[in-house]
Write a protein that binds this ligand. Structure first.
Ligand SMILES: [Zn+2]
Length: 188
């Protein structure tokens, strides 16, 4: 069982249930361990692919697999792992850190007030960004769940997609009509 020293589980305004600070948490506190089953990379990939497939387009994609070392990941998709309920935000207050290739913990990025939801950036890559729209509501949110280092690239992709849509809309206006009228006049 997860040690509930700093957190409680409650319904979240962002998605499903989430973890909330049960007391004041100072910056750099090791808040809660990410528990689960240690699996090799091949098995880990198989499980992640299954989950991502299931959560496509619903905006609530959760990642349960964390990298522990070069050989092992932790699959945290178990009821006893409270930390699996930590929701994504583009403006997070916790981050995941590995201790000695043995344990993974969520650590406070800054002071957290009692009652605040614990949030971290899922940090997806850009490969299938359109499948992970973000509804975190933070002012910094780029609209999709993507690692912050990739935001400049993401913004370029989003604006390229918008430009493409606008072009398409313009070219679908019926530009042939005047010509047809001219033909009709001649015939009359
Ligand atoms: Zn967001």
């Amino acid at each position: 069982m997860a040690d509930k020293k700093y957190h409680v589980i409650r319904d979240s305004g962002i998605h499903g249930r989430g973890l909330f600070a049960s007391k004041f948490i100072p910056k750099d506190t090791w808040i809660v361990e990410y528990l689960g089953e240690k699996v090799n990379k091949e098995e880990s990939e198989r499980r992640s692919d299954l989950l991502l497939e299931k959560s496509k387009n619903n905006g609530g994609a959760r990642v349960y697999t964390f990298i522990l070392s070069d050989d092992l990941d932790i699959d945290g998709d178990f009821e006893y792992n409270d930390a699996r309920l930590v929701n994504h935000s583009c403006d997070p207050n916790v981050e995941a850190q590995v201790w000695d290739e043995k344990e993974i913990w969520f650590i406070a990025l800054h002071d957290i007030q009692p009652g605040e939801e614990l949030l971290y950036n899922y940090g997806f890559d850009l490969e299938s960004w359109q499948e992970h729209p973000c509804g975190c509501g933070s002012v910094r949110c780029p609209g999709y769940i993507v690692d912050e280092d990739l935001w400049p690239k993401l913004r370029k992709k989003i604006s390229a997609r918008m430009a493409w849509k606008t072009r398409r809309r313009k070219s679908s206006t019926p530009a042939v009509r005047p010509k047809t009228e001219a033909v009709c006049e001649k015939a009359a």
